[in-house]
Every structure is written in structure tokens, then in C-alpha cells.
Design a protein around this ligand. Structure first.
Ligand code: AP5
Ligand code: MG
Length: 242
């Protein structure tokens, strides 16, 4: 595998994670994965499990945009109305932001969540970095619509909770900081429906592009508890092969 971002400067500690030593010792090569799936398919949930198990960094475009909205940065101001309407943020804004973050991360294994999101973004990413695997989560829409109704987030960190699935320890509060949880503006049912439709339109060609290169593995199911053991086995096999 070609670590094509080697020339990048090391990350600044912003993404520091607890690395599970048994994997880190066995595997020192850089592994880069993209996780793809409809809104609410569990990309964030599965990515968090990958972070805990394999020590990869999680780079989520949605989390980065939401953090910028909270901080009221120029990027946040530009992104806010698109997100609230369930539309994509313009490519040039997202691409610049994500490539900057990937560059900042440097020579680390990571999982990209929410990027690329259309053919133009996939082209730019492929010119910049080699991706080793694409994890495609295929969850029926009825399951998704039911899930997002119960989703609560800690927006500054991107931590996700779901009432009845992974409840916070204290109702309405983030487990780590104790700060209040909020519901996402784009989780309103009418906005979710729009996001699902947009996903089907735009991600078909991206999946086909990665599929032609033999990179896509699809995980189909209704429950994270049935999907995660399969993703874990798949990644163990991949990272051990190097
Ligand atoms: P983004 O944040 O990327 O949203 P998304 O892709 O729409 O995906 P979600 O974060 O909604 O869902 P998820 O798959 O992570 O699921 P989760 O793990 O939370 O993007 C938001 C917006 O930003 C976009 O609409 C766009 O405007 C903009 N944007 C982002 N990237 C962009 C890009 N590249 N270009 C342009 N614009 C961009 O799980 C869902 C819920 O289900 C959670 O509550 C979870 O706890 C729960 N759950 C998981 N498993 C189970 C289970 N088994 N049972 C019950 N609940 C479960
Ligand atoms: Mg997410």
C-alpha cells in the first residue's frame, strides 16, 4: 500500500485517541478507509467502534461542519443554511476543509465519514490519497427514519446517543462533559427524507467508482449489533494483511 500522504506534516494532537496496544503492535502500516451509508445508517456509530478497537482517527465532515456552526466561524456561517435544509454544502467549501484536515492528520490510519459525497469529491480525494477500503453500510430506509427520531448528539464532540439504543448515563447530558445534548436541525422528518433521496442520487456513482477498483465491501442489515462484528472481522483481516 502506498502511504501517499507521507509528505504531510504530523497532526497537532487534536485527534489524539487511546490506541489499543494489541493492534498497534501487530500493525504499523497506515490504513485508510472510507465509510459510506445513508444518513442515519450508523456511520458515526460504527466509526466510533473502529476508533476504540483499531485506534484509527475518525474524520467526519458532518462533525467538522457542526463544530464550525457552534463556533460561528466563517465556514460554519456558510454551511449552516445548507445543512438545515438537508442540502449538500458546496463542494469547494467541503473539499478545502476536508483536504486540510487530512493533511493535518498526516501519517495516521483513519476512517473518513461523510466525505467523499459525490463524484467530484471522490475525484479530488483520489488525487490526494490512496484509500485501502470502502465500508458500505446498507440499512433499509424504514429503520433509518425510526432511528433518527431518537438521536441526540453532543455537538461539540460529535458523540451520538440514541434513546433506547445507547442512552446517555444521565438523561439529556453528555457522558464525558456533562454538557447538554441537542437534536440535529437536519433530523426533522421532512429534512431526513430529502437527505435520503439526495444520498441515493449522488452516492450510486461514487460506490460504482470505488466498486470498479475492487474497494467496496457492503454490510447489509437492520442492527448495528449484527453489522459491527462483520465490520470488525473484515478490518482485522485487512489490517493484518497490510
Ligand atoms: P453528516 O453528519 O455526514 O450526516 P449524514 O451522512 O447524513 O449521516 P448521519 O450523521 O445523519 O448518520 P450516521 O450514518 O453517522 O448515523 P449515526 O451513527 O449517527 O452530514 C450532515 C450534513 O452536512 C449533510 O446533510 C450536508 O449538508 C453536510 N455535509 C457533510 N459532509 C458533506 C460533504 N462531503 N459534502 C457536502 N456536504 C456535506 O446513527 C444514527 C442513529 O442511529 C444514532 O442515533 C445512533 O445512536 C442510532 N443507532 C445506530 N445503530 C442503532 C441500532 N442498532 N438501533 C438503534 N439505534 C441505532
Ligand atoms: Mg454521522
Amino acid at each position: 500500500m502506498r502511504p501517499s500522504c507521507d509528505r504531510n506534516k504530523p497532526h497537532n494532537g487534536h485527534f489524539a485517541q487511546i490506541q489499543p496496544l494489541y493492534y498497534i503492535k501487530m500493525y504499523t502500516k497506515i490504513f485508510r478507509a472510507v465509510i459510506i451509508g445513508a444518513p442515519g445508517s450508523g456511520k458515526g456509530t460504527i466509526s466510533e467502534l473502529i476508533v476504540k478497537t483499531f485506534g484509527f482517527l475518525h474524520i467526519s465532515s458532518g462533525d467538522i461542519l457542526r463544530q464550525n456552526i457552534i463556533k460561528n466561524t466563517d465556514l460554519g456561517k456558510k454551511a449552516q443554511s445548507y445543512i438545515a435544509a438537508g442540502q449538500l454544502v458546496p463542494d469547494e467549501i467541503v473539499t478545502k476543509t476536508m483536504i486540510a484536515r487530512i493533511t493535518e492528520v498526516g501519517n495516521k490510519s483513519y476512517i473518513l465519514d461523510g466525505f467523499p459525497r459525490n463524484g467530484a469529491q471522490a475525484d479530488i480525494l483520489s488525487a490526494r490519497c490512496q484509500i485501502n477500503a470502502v465500508i458500505d453500510l446498507n440499512i433499509p430506509h424504514d429503520v433509518i427514519i425510526e432511528r433518527v427520531k431518537h438521536r441526540w448528539i453532543h455537538a461539540p464532540s460529535g458523540r451520538v446517543y440514541n434513546i433506547g439504543f445507547n442512552d446517555p448515563k444521565v438523561s439529556g447530558k453528555d457522558d464525558v462533559t456533562g454538557e447538554p445534548l441537542t437534536q440535529r436541525e437536519d433530523d426533522k422528518p421532512e429534512v431526513v427524507a430529502k437527505r435520503l433521496q439526495l444520498y441515493d442520487e449522488l452516492m450510486g456513482p461514487v460506490l460504482a467508482w470505488y466498486g470498479e477498483r475492487g474497494l467496496v465491501t457492503t454490510f447489509k442489515g437492520r442492527e448495528t449489533k449484527e453489522i459491527w462484528p462483520r465490520v470488525e472481522r473484515f478490518l482485522k483481516d485487512k489490517v493484518n494483511k497490510g
